[in-house]
Design a protein around this ligand. Structure first.
Ligand code: SAM
Length: 464
């Protein structure tokens, strides 16, 4: 693995850079695998983890905790996640360990017990968004945005799998957020970058790297920051991160912010054992560098700022009221979903559950942005009944009386492949199929066959 000489030369004086060990760690090419557990879907893994950090979880072994987060774990080997039903049930997210440092940034700069409005601006495929959603309080709101449409759909699938109820997914350019003046308490910008931090795990990234691209990324990062800046309220927190080693995309961006915007840099406290290198930009802003020869993770950079201008309140007027359900429609919906704290909104024939406290905000966002998903898609109204949606199965909103049927491992894989299942069930009709009591999706059991409602576009394509 020949690292670009121009990169090595450009970072040679950067704090924490040690050429020999840096090159060695790339030459050795160790692949580190880590996952983050979904605390909203407590699994066998969760229960046992609190007692013992070394357990057998489905097909793999969790043996070590990622030190800067409460929910991240390194795995001894990289299993086939595709063939683990709990992966599809949203019990965990496969995520690079350094990125999980976002948890420290949020915990140290934001009072997470309060209700906050967070924007994750560059969110696909959803690693940071699912992490943020697990950290913010239940009565908080997350807007998870991705500018590239195809990537926004992947983001949507991952948010649904995580079982979120308080997330709005948008597909907008950063400049579209400038009209949401003073709206967000927190903005996370995990910026598109030249990607040198991922060289160890993705050799193709080396081919694509160039000094010219570093410059282009740096300009784009400034543009993104300038575009979204008005949407942060006074005293709001901005968290900026990249997976690049280049100063042009890291410390220089901090200096650009210090020069152009009214900000105060935030210093985070670190445990020295973590191996993270604290740095300061020329203008004195604090940043945190992750060197793969010093942390168990890939290259990463993060910094936090507080906004020292703007206003504390936003104007959230909207024109159109969302369409409510009729009494009859509500009766169809009620048996499928817990209604506490939810408003039910009709869009064409589909029904969404929105958190009651966020109805105004959801309506406002719907008028301002290109919203592709919000709350929980409960189902589709068809004449006198409702057909439940997969998103409902993945959420925590399915009430107890709904019939559940526990599948074994082989049956679960067949179900996830959307194959036909021959089952002896006690009852007929709609049922939530589960693995280890975690919902995988819906099926309608008829007297002569089982209709598998696992979404076609999400099914496992490979044969085991
Ligand atoms: N935060 C994500 C996660 O943790 O899973 C990873 C985000 S990735 C580093 C950067 C994202 O920015 C990509 O999804 C990319 O499509 C998006 N992006 C690319 N160009 C952009 C632009 N001009 N403005 C905003 N986002 C952009």
């Amino acid at each position: 693995m020949q690292l670009p000489l121009a990169l090595l030369d450009s970072i040679k004086d950067t704090k924490g850079f040690m050429k020999e060990t840096f090159e060695n760690v790339h030459a050795f090419g160790e692949q580190i695998t880590s996952i983050r557990i979904n605390s909203a879907k407590p699994s066998i893994a969760n229960g046992e983890l609190s007692m013992n950090n070394s357990i057998h979880h489905s097909s793999f072994t969790i043996h070590n905790k990622v030190p800067w987060t409460n929910s991240g774990f390194y795995l001894t080997t990289r299993p086939s996640f595709t063939f683990d039903p709990l992966f599809h049930a949203g019990n965990y997210y496969v995520q690079e360990a350094s990125s999980m440092f976002l948890e420290q940034a949020l915990k140290q700069t934001v009072d997470l017990t309060k209700s906050v409005k967070v924007l994750d601006l560059c969110a696909a495929p959803g690693g940071k968004s699912t992490h943020i959603q697990s950290l913010i309080s239940k009565d908080s709101l997350l807007v998870s945005n991705e500018v590239i449409r195809s990537r926004a759909n992947i983001l949507k699938d991952n948010i649904i799998k995580w079982g979120c109820e308080n997330v709005v997914i948008t597909n907008n350019d950063p400049s579209h957020f400038s009209k949401l003046e003073n709206y967000f308490d927190v903005i996370v910008i995990d910026a598109p970058c030249s990607g040198s931090g991922l060289f160890r795990r993705d050799a193709n990234a080396i081919e694509e790297w160039s000094e010219n691209n570093v410059q282009l990324c740096s300009q784009r990062q400034q543009r993104i920051l300038a575009d979204v800046w008005p949407a942060l309220k006074e005293n709001g927190i901005l968290i900026y991160s990249t997976c690049s080693y280049s100063k042009e995309e890291d410390e220089d961006i901090l200096d650009w912010m210090m020069g152009q915007l009214s900000v105060e840099s935030y210093e985070l406290s670190l445990d020295p054992q973590w191996g993270i290198v604290p740095v300061q930009s020329d203008k004195g802003a604090y940043g945190y560098r992750f060197w793969p020869d010093q942390v168990k993770g890939e290259g990463f950079f993060l910094a936090c700022f507080q906004k020292k201008e703007g206003e504390a309140e936003a104007d959230i007027r909207y024109k159109r009221k969302p369409e409510q359900l009729t009494k009859l429609e509500m009766e169809m919906v009620e048996k499928w979903v817990k209604t506490d704290g939810k408003d039910f909104i009709k869009y064409e024939n589909t029904v969404y559950a929105w958190p009651t406290q966020w109805v105004k905000d959801f309506s406002f966002l719907l008028e301002q942005l290109r919203v592709i998903y919000s709350g929980v898609l409960v189902g589709e109204l068809m004449r006198d009944k409702m057909v439940p949606d997969h998103a409902l199965a993945m959420s925590n909103l399915v009430p107890e009386p709904i019939e559940k049927f526990e599948l074994d491992y082989e049956q679960s894989i067949k179900f996830l492949q959307r194959k036909d299942l021959a089952l002896e069930t006690k009852n007929k009709g709609w049922q939530l199929f589960t693995f280890h009591h975690h919902p995988l999706g819906w099926a309608n059991v008829l007297s002569y066959r089982v209709n598998n409602y696992y979404p076609k576009e999400m099914r496992i394509l490979k044969d085991s």
